[in-house]
Ligand binder design. Structure first.
Ligand code: FAD
Length: 400
């Protein structure tokens, strides 16, 4: 919490000016803090008389930061399969762990270790993709995801093993329970990172993510608390190639019964039809934007996607216009894709769209405006009208 020494405060108002959350104001010549304080520390830094300080919960303002060591990846495992983002995070985690000279571990929670395609096979897969150690918690209480049980179990493991960095995918599951883990640990958490690195001076985790509607990239550091926690969107990081010969340890963990008590009872788990659009895993994506003019314009894009054997995506402008449903949206508030080929038709290339597709291997942009920002990231640019260029492309491809 933010502590104000009212004896020392001289009511200069510097803290009020420095607070971007309007959480601190002067009352009778003394600073008073409101509920919206985020403990960012900006007021503490500007106070010239040392009247402000941040007091962290016991066990959080860890004087012993050095006793936290290792990089962990939460490897999401659902319906008998590892989420690809876990392998992508191991690729990123390996680089971070090597820079820090520490071990890289993965954490697998679920039920059914020995079943074909179960947790045991998943643990081997994680080792082949870079993990030195895999903690496997296999318990029927973990068969269905529930954020309280998963949160309790992961937080307990963190408390006992003290990793300095914990990474997870910004999937529906990760977004649901990783904030709970961060809250239990009273640690910082940076959501939706697009880049991770280690600060050379002190080994802190540099967590970069788009901020202010994607207009700036902010790099966030959690210098006072451990673990340093970040979620990363699927398809942003690259997995390491599978190495069959890698060796690693598999550690089976039996959770204490009190960690497994949930306030939620799962009656049934249903796969939503929306999940079936396999945009994130498609090798070829053909995307349309406002330049397609209407829903009929998307019929053209669908034909191009069909002849190329690809999936159809869209900009938010096209989705907001009701031309195509939201699950097709690519970008900051949609899906992140990293296909081999991304064809952007009538899309301007706003930063919020680019963050969702700029890791594509080859980007082909078709736009009638030669100044459109999409051409800055395009491998091949075609300046022209989509309604002229795309039918010609389809015709050519059909002939091949
Ligand atoms: P426009 O910007 O209007 O561009 C249309 C392009 O089509 C123009 O470049 C034009 O030259 C070209 N064109 C027009 N007619 C033709 C033609 N006949 N032939 C060829 N070219 C033609 N956007 C996303 O896409 N995904 C997101 O997840 C997302 N999240 C956002 C989150 C926030 C917080 C905010 C503020 C915005 C977000 N946006 C997102 C919106 C983003 O800022 C842009 O408004 C949007 O991407 C624009 O879509 P567009 O390129 O289809 O449309």
């Amino acid at each position: 919490m933010l502590k104000i020494d009212t004896e020392a405060c001289i009511g200069c108002g510097l803290c009020e000016e420095a607070c971007t959350f309007a959480a601190i104001h002067l009352e009778d010549g003394v600073a008073v803090v409101g509920d919206n304080c985020t403990l960012c520390g900006a007021c503490v830094d500007v106070c010239e008389v040392g009247a402000l300080s941040i007091e962290r919960e016991e066990g959080v303002a860890t004087a012993d930061l050095a006793s936290w060591s290792g990089v962990w990846v939460y490897a999401e495992f659902r319906r008998g399969r590892l989420a690809p983002v876990g392998l992508e995070l191991l690729g990123a985690g390996r680089r971070l762990a090597d820079k820090r000279g520490v071990e890289l571990a993965a954490v697998l929670l679920g039920s059914g270790a020995e079943a074909a395609g179960g947790l045991a096979a998943a643990a081997a897969e994680l080792i082949a993709h870079g993990a030195d150690r895999v903690y496997v918690v296999d318990n029927p209480a973990l068969a269905h995801f529930s954020d309280d049980v998963y949160g309790n179990v992961l937080a307990d493991l963190i408390r006992r093993h003290k990793p300095e960095i914990v990474l997870a995918g910004a999937t529906a599951v990760g977004r649901s329970f990783i904030p709970r883990v961060a809250t239990i640990m009273a640690a910082g958490l940076t959501a939706d990172c697009t880049e991770l690195d280690i600060r050379e001076e002190d080994g802190a985790l540099l967590q970069t993510r788009p901020a202010f509607g994607g207009n700036i990239m902010a790099t966030i550091v959690c210098p006072h608390t451990r673990p340093q926690m970040a979620t990363v969107r699927p398809m942003v990081m690259k997995p390491l190639p599978r190495d069959e010969g890698r060796q690693g340890a598999v550690v089976k963990v039996d959770p204490a019964p009190e960690l497994l008590a949930s306030r939620t009872e799962v009656l049934e788990s249903v796969t939503a039809a929306l999940d079936q659009i396999n945009l994130a895993e498609a090798d070829i994506v053909v995307a349309g934007g406002r330049g397609l003019e209407n829903a009929e314009g998307f019929a053209l894009i669908r034909r191009l996607a069909d002849v190329m054997g690809g999936a159809v995506a869209a900009s938010r402008a096209a989705v907001d216009s009701g031309w195509i449903p939201y699950p097709h949206q690519v970008g900051q508030t949609g899906k992140t894709v990293a296909p081999k080929v991304y064809v952007a038709c009538g899309i301007s290339g706003a930063i919020q769209h680019l963050v969702g597709m700029q890791s594509a291997e080859t980007i082909i942009a078709i736009n009638r405006d030669p100044e459109a920002p999409i051409f800055n990231v395009a491998t091949y640019g075609i300046v022209g009208d989509v309604f002229e260029v795309v039918p010609k492309l389809i015709e050519r491809l059909q002939k091949r």
